[in-house]
Design a protein around this ligand. Structure first.
Ligand code: NZQ
Ligand code: ZN
Length: 384
């Protein structure tokens, strides 16, 4: 096992009815800004429930954070915080609203150009406004980590900093009952890929992390179809929500190498072509595994055995079958796995490679050996 530091200060309030605990979780004298996406939280009653729980506190709302949150929108929230003397933020939404809140919390205190937070990947953050979240979409793990992804034009960049961990997150699985099939499927694919990026590298005899990752993957394979068939299946939603949180809260990634090349290619596809984050992962991950199957060989065999119960026969055939099952699982959820399914043509590849280069994504993966040539091969394979 590799050396590691694990730090995660986020308080989790999990279960049906937990939104009422906002009264205990948010300081009594806070001047709160609630941050919201389009209109789902207003339409489905979650916002009303949040407002009721906050009682007589001074509360303002900022609505209109888009999926793949946009810098200019977030800077309007920063201005509002200053004019309204806000001192506490509450994100009510999915990964986009929570990521946006992380950025806003840090940008409020920036003395330099706030876009530098992204250009410097968070290294210039020294302080952030405290905030909590009410999660409405299980997918990103943003509710219990210190990372965020923000978009501006053709740039979709990430930052991390321990100051932007949420103080608390309310995880009420009934809040995802209203999610449309596309977002439920996206959530399963995103969480699945987060686990794979930290598990499917090379063995370092990290037994707890491996068993944990395999259990989380198996849980997603079990509950993914169940939430799609019946979004009001409480136990399936509860298991999905907790799995998605554990997939990216630092635990399974501690003491092991990590990859993240699939995510970095995926971010460029979203920035250039507007695909949902998880759609890009469903396209890239199977091809990334196929093209890097030799350097990932030991872990691919372990994945085949522990997640897909393939222990017999030729090793290469097992690896091929495990990759095929991964793709088939994404497709079975309704998430297409070829770039051609999204009306993108091969002409797009050169631009995507140029953007990877512009963003310094030239030595990705657990061995830093995913250069632009290899990324190009993966993109070329993503049209099948
Ligand atoms: O905007 P509204 O109207 O609220 O609708 C949203 C949005 O259209 C809707 N939605 C959310 N909760 C709902 C609901 N609709 C009905 N009922 C509910 N309960 O879902 C749509 C998508 O929401 P979004 O927040 O964009 O989805 P997701 O949670 O998948 O977040 C994606 C973003 O997170 C970033 C992605 O890059 C992308 O920008 N990521 C963040 C990570 C992190 N911070 O650690 C890691 C991830 O790898 C990822 O990159
Ligand atoms: Zn992701």
């Amino acid at each position: 096992m590799l050396n590691f530091d694990f730090y995660n200060p986020t308080h989790i309030a999990f279960g049906a009815g937990k939104v009422a605990e906002l009264d205990k979780l948010v300081p009594k004298d806070a001047r709160v800004l609630i941050l919201l996406g389009g209109s789902s939280a207003r339409k489905n009653g979650t916002l009303a429930e949040v407002l009721a729980a906050l009682g007589s506190r001074a509360v303002k709302e900022f609505e209109g954070i888009e999926p793949n949150p946009q810098y200019d929108t977030l800077m309007r929230a920063v201005a509002l915080i200053k004019t309204e003397n806000i001192d506490y933020l509450l994100a009510v939404g999915g990964g986009s609203v929570i990521d946006a809140t992380k950025f806003i919390a840090a940008a409020v205190y920036q003395t330099e150009d706030p876009w530098n937070i992204l250009l410097k990947h968070g290294t210039n953050i020294s302080k952030a406004m405290p905030y909590g979240t009410v999660l409405t979409l299980p997918a990103t793990g943003s509710e219990m980590n210190d990372g965020a992804v923000i978009s501006r034009g053709l740039d979709k960049l990430f930052f991390t900093h321990p100051e932007v961990f949420p103080q608390f997150s309310v995880l009420d699985p009934t809040k995802s009952y209203t999610l449309p099939p596309r977002q439920l499927a996206n959530g399963v694919v995103d969480a699945f890929t987060h686990i794979m990026e930290q598990y499917l590298t090379y063995p370092v005899d990290a037994q707890v992390q491996d068993r944990f990752a395999e259990g989380l993957l198996a849980t997603l394979i079990d509950v993914g179809p169940k939430v799609l068939a019946n979004p009001q299946d409480y136990n399936a939603q509860a298991n999905l929500m907790w799995t998605a949180t554990l997939a990216l809260n630092g635990l399974i990634g501690s003491g092991v190498p990590s990859d993240w090349a699939t995510h970095m290619l995926g971010h460029e596809i979203t920035a250039a072509h507007g695909l949902d984050h998880a759609q890009t992962l469903a396209i890239i991950l199977p091809n990334m595994l196929e093209i890097r199957r030799e350097s990932k060989r030991a872990k691919l065999l372990q994945y085949a055995a522990k997640v897909w119960n393939m222990t017999e026969g030729d090793e290469d055939a097992r690896i091929s079958a495990a990759i095929k099952n991964t793709r088939a699982f994404f497709e079975s959820l309704g998430v297409k796995t070829s770039l051609s399914d999204y009306q993108i043509s091969k002409d797009a590849i050169d631009h995507l490679i140029a953007q990877l280069e512009a963003h310094g994504m030239v030595a990705l993966g657990e061995h830093n050996d995913v250069g632009l040539d290899l990324s190009k091969k993966v993109l070329e394979a993503s049209f099948n």
